[in-house]
Design a protein around this ligand. Structure first.
Ligand code: FAD
Length: 452
């Protein structure tokens, strides 16, 4: 295909009335995410940049942007808050960055369910929902900054997953409205199982403009740290708490001793050499919770009521992938692996072989009707070959690795081409303009017609 130069100034003029920027520094910020947690992705993606960023405020403006991108056959990559870890919103082929942060209205909110625009920030939403006794079912540790649309498009689990599993579990997203990239862009609604077509699709199957999400009853969450002499005692306690149906909780996060040293502002509560469990438990269930701590010989070193916790940094920001963030602040050579161990037997085996190279960090969540340990274990990075060797070794032991060192949907957690998603993309994005390069199945099916 002959390449024709794109006239970005002309495109910006056609978008008159919608805020745009071609400022190089802003484009750099708006093109990147937290891909640098992976030394492999860092090498591959550091120089990728969009050409023009656009900030629509309404669905009608999104349709206008879509139409102009189709007319000029330029790619379009949607961006929420840009906190993804695998370069999900990094535009591999440049083009338009469509930033949805100004579409941040809660459309309606009722007990148990809400309808929101994609750019609504999760913590800001919860503030409103909690006023009527409800909250998000789950949220990543980037809760304060991440958008609801970005979590649907690129996230998977977080606090609350101990009760509600993964965002992709049936029921956790009820309806989406999206804009297509056809010659005449359409607004579509997907309901029921159809929503899977946009879940964790990295914005390759439409621009989400509205979401209907179910909520969870809100509790006052007590934030607690419990420490243990033995790592496996901490892990077993985590499993027992996760299995305790009578104790309402939202976060069960376990950290092997070397990791606690990276939590610099919690050092007063983390005796050297001890392993810790970071928790959110309903204040109403604190008494039976302390009985369980006693049964497992744990020691509570930190306990804040919801009101007290709201005045300091939440323990959430030491868990999930915030653990990696904090560890990398101390030692930038650290990276991580997302692993489903599923059983404590596998965790024990992994702990025994961790040595100095791997540090175990577990998060409990619901999967297939059971509470299971997943891990965001920290790795002292040496080479890509060695990282792949660790992956193969854990897989041989029966663990499932959702590889965070790849940027396509299929090579990370999904592991296989989702033919339904590919077919849907062909329909809604016939020119392959949406976040090109991220859906491997589509690239195989259709040679891209994108200009660069
Ligand atoms: P972005 O990064 O902006 O976008 C994510 C993907 O969704 C992109 O592919 C984008 O194109 C697409 N997208 C965004 N908006 C739309 C839209 N309107 N329509 C279509 N597609 C869209 N993730 C977890 O799941 N759990 C965690 O606990 C967690 N912890 C993290 C901790 C740290 C320190 C960091 C850096 C990341 C963490 N993440 C975690 C990853 C990330 O923060 C979350 O997945 C978050 O929900 C992404 O939201 P965002 O608004 O930043 O999305």
């Amino acid at each position: 295909m002959t390449k024709t130069k794109v006239n970005w100034q002309a495109i910006a003029s056609e978008l008159e009335g919608i805020e745009t920027t071609d400022n190089r520094d802003r484009l750099t910020k708006l093109s990147l995410d937290y891909y640098h947690f992976s030394p492999i992705l860092f090498e591959q993606l550091q120089d990728k940049r969009g050409d023009l960023a656009v900030f629509p405020t309404t669905e009608a403006e999104v349709v206008r942007v879509a139409k102009i991108c189709v007319k000029h056959r330029v790619s379009l990559t949607v961006r929420g808050a840009g906190t993804g870890n695998y370069g999900q919103c990094i535009p591999l082929k440049g083009g338009v960055i469509l930033d949805v942060s100004k579409m941040n209205r809660v459309v309606w909110l009722q007990p148990g369910i809400a309808c929101v625009q994609p750019g609504v920030k999760m913590a800001a939403f919860d503030k409103q929902a909690r006023a009527i006794g409800w909250e998000l079912r789950m949220a990543p540790s980037t809760y304060r900054t991440a958008t609801i649309g970005g979590f649907i498009g690129g996230g998977s689990v977080g606090m609350g997953s101990i009760n509600y599993g993964q965002i992709s579990d049936r029921g956790n997203l009820r309806r989406v409205r999206l804009v297509t990239l056809e010659d005449e862009p359409k607004v579509m609604e997907l309901e029921g199982d159809e929503v899977k077509k946009v879940l964790h699709a990295y914005g390759t199957t439409g621009i989400i403009t509205e979401l209907k999400i179910p909520l969870a009853p809100a509790y006052p969450w007590q934030e607690v740290i419990v420490v243990f002499d033995e790592f496996m005692s901490a892990a077993k306690f985590g499993q027992a708490l996760s299995d305790s149906s009578g104790i309402v909780k939202k976060l069960v996060s376990i950290h092997a001793a070397p990791i606690t040293a990276y939590f610099t502002s919690l050092q007063d509560y983390l005796p050297q050499g001890k392993h810790c469990v970071l928790l959110m438990v309903s204040e109403y269930d604190y008494a039976p919770f302390t009985d369980l701590v006693r049964e497992y010989d744990g020691e509570i070193t930190y306990s804040k009521t919801a009101a007290e916790a709201s005045k300091s940094t939440s323990l959430l920001e030491y868990t999930w992938n915030h653990t990696t963030l904090l560890a990398r602040k101390v030692d930038p050579n650290l990276t991580y692996l997302q692993t489903f161990y599923f059983t404590l037997e596998r965790v024990e085996k992994a702990y025994a072989k961790a040595g100095d190279e791997v540090m175990l960090h577990l998060e409990f969540l619901q999967a297939g009707g059971k509470a299971v340990p997943a891990a965001l274990q920290l790795i002292r990075y040496t080479t890509e070959d060695r990282l792949n060797e660790i992956i193969r070794d854990r897989e041989a032991d029966g663990a499932f690795i959702a590889n965070p060192h790849v940027y396509t949907i299929e090579d990370g957690g999904n592991k296989q081409i989702d033919l339904e998603k590919v077919a849907f993309k062909q329909k809604v994005d016939p020119y392959g303009l949406l976040n090109p390069g991220k859906m491997r199945g589509y690239a195989i099916e259709q040679k891209s017609k994108v200009k660069s």
